[in-house]
Ligand binder design. Sequence first.
Ligand code: ATP
Length: 420
Amino acid sequence: MTEVFADIITIGDELLIGQVVDTNSAYIASELTKIGVTVRRIISIADQATSITNTLDESIHQSDITIITGGLGPTGDDITKQSLATYFGGGLILHPETLKEIEQFFTKRGAKMTDRNRKQAEIPDMCTPLRNRIGTAPGLLFRKDNRTIIALPGVPFEMKALILEDVVPVILSNFNLPVKLSITILTAGLSESMTADLLEEWESNLPSEYTFAYLPSIGILRLRLSISGKNEDNLKRQLKYEANKLVQILGKKHVFGFDDDTLPSVIGNKLKNINCTLSVAESCTGGYIAHQITSIPGSSAYFMGSATTYANSAKSQLLQVSDEDIVSQGAVSKKVVEQMAIGAQQLFGSDFSVATSGIAGPDGGTDEKPVGTTWIAVTTPHRIISQLFFFGDSRERNIIRASVTALNMLRISIDEYSKK
Ligand code: ATP
């Protein structure tokens, strides 16, 4: 069983001028990866015949599969179909079954079909059309020198339906694909370089059938461990074995979940398990923590409410923070953030609470408290924990990092409380 390689070519001037973000490639790459195809290259090119044929020619010489999206429509700038017909040495012919499907498409919607729509039933004479059930441009399947070339419409939902219903089954039946499994380990509170130091020895001893990748985002580092081979059960066991080793090295303090977990979803599950509730008091994060918690379906089972207390008067009036402490310590201080957390816990009658107070920037920093200075406090039914952080000078990143850090502190506190 050898590795099967694919290229993805997205066509459209709109992609090259930054008007449309190429989301098609990411979707196709993820679906191909799931079935064990190795994506070798993703390339976006203009609606231009020579560009299309040159890129396709290069791809066919290097990869087993080429997936193309865009330019199959009925307008003048849609030249993919004609370019493919020319490249494969043929012309366009009217495909009667496709024409019938397009006619049905318009009849069902009570819409008038034009000559332009009828032209969509013209396809290169050497391809097999792939039925587009939700649009008018069919997908086009070519085989040349043992290579598979598939052109799909650019409209994302049409492309997605064709990938799932036609492209994946075609690839699975034409290729003997290796089994590829992956697990993504989610961490918070560790930088990429700190993690690389901790994992250096483990990584250097990782057998060659594994691949390992660092995927950093603000405050969160995802670690993807993959393995490929033949026997799925053995691979699953091997993957689990190495993932467990990795979790042990990094520790539960930093590893908060796997694959599609998020900090708010993990926290929600933990709170539901111990039948406890949560409230939030936010200053510098301006409601972002509450927004993330309430983005989880079913969060009403444990989330009581939040107070976005930006002004000092709001902190004292809503959360009973002492005016004296605000004046003597400053709003960004241990005393104030702890009183905010206790205030929310009392106001909403929750078991846990989390509070943030920081200088998001770009203004408001001082020598003593530069932009990025942030205090975070968490209350549990038993105790209060607070910590000072220095995040940096970008307002947007500070808000996200403060939120991620607060949620991670909360997660650790819930774990500690549950163990008692
Ligand atoms: P149709 O037959 O519906 O016209 P088409 O194959 O001609 O399909 P395009 O005209 O290239 O497709 O693109 C249609 C729309 O799909 C574009 O306006 C754009 O919004 C979206 N689109 C095209 N390519 C991509 C891409 N790579 N990623 C995300 N969206 C895309």
